[in-house]
Design a protein around this ligand. Structure first.
Ligand code: PPY
Length: 298
């Protein structure tokens, strides 16, 4: 347990300069005075340090506008007792980062990054089939490695901020060209080790994330969708997590809805879902922050 109570400790993926670090700083600027950043090697380590009260909050990417839901994070949500207290969406602008600012695309033979940026830039990367792709635990560890190796034929795919921290230079290419879709953004969720679902009673908590366990054989998923439709509750995303065990008779659903927990319709819908499910867990009720600083490129 960290003793300095005047500071908020927040855990994120990678050394400084990762997209998760950028999101953590933006979230913290909005909510807290002083923060201490706590860097983790992988997503499960983030949950671990929050669960053990080594830090106050953990931040994890949940979905990207290009590549969709981040499966590894969804799977981790099924196993944690942490609650979700907020989310933040930030623009993601990938850059090709090199050691020497005179370098060109032609020189590159190997590119390092996290699987997410690689997936989000897959169309651009297809133009260079001879490039060797090296997957790393975060984009910032990739940047750090490329800076350490200091060779003209290697590059990292990551953020401008990460490049600045480790002394890499972005090639003069618009991030619009590098990402599969120009408006690339990622939504991050903020997790806390707490029992209370409603820590911030003054905020308008407009989103609810649920984990529902249902029978695999019966048409329970359809029934859940019908209930939500009946109460006109908007589904933000739904992920069906099928068990790989042959005799397992339950599936888990991660469902995010736009709804106010105390609204009568929400309460009625949740009771109906609870009645047809094996179990219903409310992972969190929270409000959202979205940053849209795309203007700088328009
Ligand atoms: O590798 C990083 O920098 C991360 O934070 C993971 C990631 C990468 C790209 C989009 C969202 C999250």
């Amino acid at each position: 347990m960290i003793n300095d109570t005047s500071r908020i400790h927040i855990a994120f993926l990678g050394p400084k300069g990762s997209y998760s670090h950028i999101a953590a700083k933006k979230y913290a600027n909005y909510h807290f005075n002083k923060i201490t950043e706590y860097s983790c090697q992988n997503f499960s380590d983030i949950l671990h340090v929050v669960e053990n009260n080594q830090v106050d909050y953990g931040i994890l990417p949940i979905e990207n506008s290009n590549s969709g839901l981040i499966n590894e994070v969804c799977d981790l949500l099924l196993t944690t007792h942490l609650i979700l207290i907020g989310d933040i969406t930030i623009p993601i602008q990938h850059r090709i980062l090199v050691n020497n600012y005179n370098s060109s695309l032609k020189q590159i033979q190997t590119i390092y990054s996290h699987p997410q940026p690689i997936q989000q830039c897959s169309n651009f990367l297809k133009k260079f089939p001879h490039w060797k792709i090296i997957l790393c635990e975060s984009s910032s560890i990739a940047i750090k490695k490329v800076a350490y190796l200091n060779q003209p034929n290697i590059a990292a795919l990551g953020s401008t901020q990460g490049g600045i921290i480790y002394g890499l230079h972005p090639l003069l290419l618009s991030p619009y060209i590098i990402s599969n879709y120009p408006l690339n953004s990622t939504r991050f969720i903020i997790l806390k080790n707490e029992n209370l679902l409603f820590t911030n009673t003054t905020a308008i908590l407009e989103k609810i994330m649920l984990i529902i366990s249902i029978d695999t054989k019966l048409n329970k998923l359809y029934s859940i969708l019908k209930i939500l439709q009946f109460y006109k509750i908007k589904i933000n995303f739904l992920r069906l997590c099928c068990s790989l065990l042959p005799n397992n008779t339950t599936n888990s659903i991660i469902l995010e809805i736009t709804a106010h927990f105390h609204h009568t319709y929400t309460q009625q819908a949740l009771i109906k879902i609870y009645n047809i499910a094996y179990s219903l867990k409310i992972l969190g009720c929270y409000s959202t922050i979205a940053y849209q600083p795309y203007q700088q490129y328009t």
